[in-house]
Design a binder for this molecule. Structure first.
Ligand code: GBH
Length: 466
């Protein structure tokens, strides 16, 4: 019906890029092979109490050795694109200096493997695996890290630029800055509000310098992009404004408008004087991008807390002492109506439609790509099948939402489902399965779930299946 987004028969445009996404640390394993050295996630996962069950990415899906089988799956499903990320510590094991050829060779084989199978590569340079030596030197709160990133980008661009035509600098810099340095629930696990704001700025700078570096070495005119996770906010106006500032506009402001929002600077004045923003930075940051990558999972409901009673914290971060929202200490996150995924996140396809329309309003000429959307559920592998009806329904509803945005004129170029494979779900380890393909962590066998078969039909026909 129209109210619940459970449609079928909708047709997606010619050229719409159907694909799926992964990230290096979550799937590759082979953590010590061919010269790779630790990233901040190797260190964090080894710190007791940080990752559920003490899980690490040491083996993960063993994609480093099974990449050809994984690309066969993408081809057999008939998907157009595969969004993957490059592990910086494979390319520069110490975070600087010349490239480790074995690391470049891995991604070169992977890209060739995609092209041989007719799959469009979408490469992300940074999906959270910072080389540990760069964190030891201060990490993202230090300006130097942005310059190191640009050097790394140039090495990868020079090696793969003849074949990769869609480049993403960063995945979800909000998570890197505010979950990594503010709330401390992601690597490197620091809880310093000022460091989180400095990290956000230096991630923005890394993006801008990274694009400039890529332009210098990549031939022709590929698509450049950055992927952001957007907070889709409902609730009390002043609370919405504050979280919108420190979750969304702290990135879209400098990246797409060339300025940090005035209200963000005011909200955070007691934490930061923003003197780490130097002359010329905003020009460096606001590089034209060909695509804005959109990651969407759920909505948030916020209100101001009056300082009495218990502050609500339904965002899963309130149970840690530190907040990922500097300058918004009076905002509380309220419980939302279900249904929920296994992460406890509310299922709200209307939030995706609303987000796409709001981005079109704010940035009218900016082409968009959904670079992540998906859900974790408790899957059961039985007789070679996973009947993941809830995930299939989640995807149907969100594809319907995307289609509604297309009908209203949003320039949406494609949709990458998170994730191709069950994988290392960060602080939750292997306990949460987001894949459309099941991975047996004993045998590492891959089994496409019902949702993958359904998605395969959508990708082949461009029509939302029954
Ligand atoms: C993405 O992160 C990552 O890019 C990907 O690597 C990861 O595996 C995937 O999504 C699934 O988690 O915390 O209740 O307030 C998403 C991170 C998830 C952060 C939603 C903000 C808001 C819900 N975002 N979250 S809540």
């Amino acid at each position: 019906g129209s109210a619940d987004y459970r449609d079928s028969g909708l047709r997606f445009p010619e050229g719409f890029l159907f694909g799926s996404a992964t990230a290096s640390y979550q799937i590759e394993g082979a953590a010590q092979e061919d010269g790779r050295r630790p990233s901040i996630w190797d260190t964090f996962a080894r710190t007791p109490g940080k990752v559920l069950g003490g899980d690490t990415g040491d083996i993960a899906d063993d994609h480093y050795h099974r990449w050809a089988e994984d690309l066969d799956i993408v081809r057999d499903l008939g998907l157009d694109a595969y969004r993957f990320s490059i592990a910086w510590p494979r390319i520069q094991p110490t975070g600087s200096g010349e490239a480790n050829q074995a690391g470049l060779d891995f991604y070169s084989r992977l890209v060739d493997g995609m092209l041989e199978r007719g799959i469009t590569p979408i490469a992300t340079l940074y999906h959270w695996d910072l080389p540990q030596p760069l964190e030891d030197a201060g990490g993202w709160p230090e300006r130097e890290t942005a310059h190191r990133f640009a050097e790394y980008a140039a090495l990868v661009g020079a090696a793969l630029g003849d074949r990769v035509r869609t480049w993403t600098t960063l995945n979800e810099p909000w998570c890197s800055a505010f979950l990594g340095y503010g709330a401390g629930v992601h690597a490197p696990g620091r809880t310093e509000p000022l460091a989180a704001l400095r990290a956000a700025h230096h991630l923005n700078l890394a993006h801008g310098l990274g694009i400039q570096a890529l332009r210098g070495v990549v031939p022709g005119d590929p698509d450049y992009s950055v992927t952001l996770n957007f907070a889709v906010l409902r609730g009390e106006e002043e609370a919405v404004r504050q979280i919108d500032a420190v979750a969304n506009r702290v990135f879209t402001g400098p990246l797409l408008k060339g300025a940090y929002p005035e209200d963000l600077l005011a909200d955070t004045a007691s934490v930061a004087d923003w003197s780490f923003v130097q002359d010329g930075d905003l020009v460096d940051i606001a590089q034209r991008i060909d695509l804005l990558g959109v990651n969407y999972y759920n909505t948030a409901l916020v209100a101001l807390w009056d300082g009495t009673g218990v502050k609500e914290s339904a965002d899963n971060h309130g149970d840690t002492a530190a907040s990922p929202y500097p300058g918004a200490d009076r905002v509380q996150f309220l419980p939302q109506p279900g249904p929920y995924t296994e992460m406890g996140w509310n299922i709200a396809p209307d939030g995706l439609e609303e987000l796409l329309l709001s981005l079109r309003r704010q940035f009218p000429d900016q082409p968009l790509m959904i670079t992540e959307n998906g859900a974790a559920f408790d899957d059961v592998l039985e007789d070679g099948h996973v009947h993941d009806a809830e995930r299939l329904d989640y995807l149907r509803r969100h594809f319907t939402a995307a289609h509604r945005a297309l009908e209203q004129g949003v320039d949406l170029r494609g949709y990458q489902v998170w994730s191709l494979l069950d994988n290392f779900e960060w602080a939750y380890g292997y306990s949460k399965r987001f894949g459309i393909v099941h991975v047996d962590y004993e045998t590492l066998a891959r089994t496409p779930k019902d949702s993958a078969l359904w998605y395969s039909e959508l990708a082949r026909t461009h029509v939302l299946p029954e």
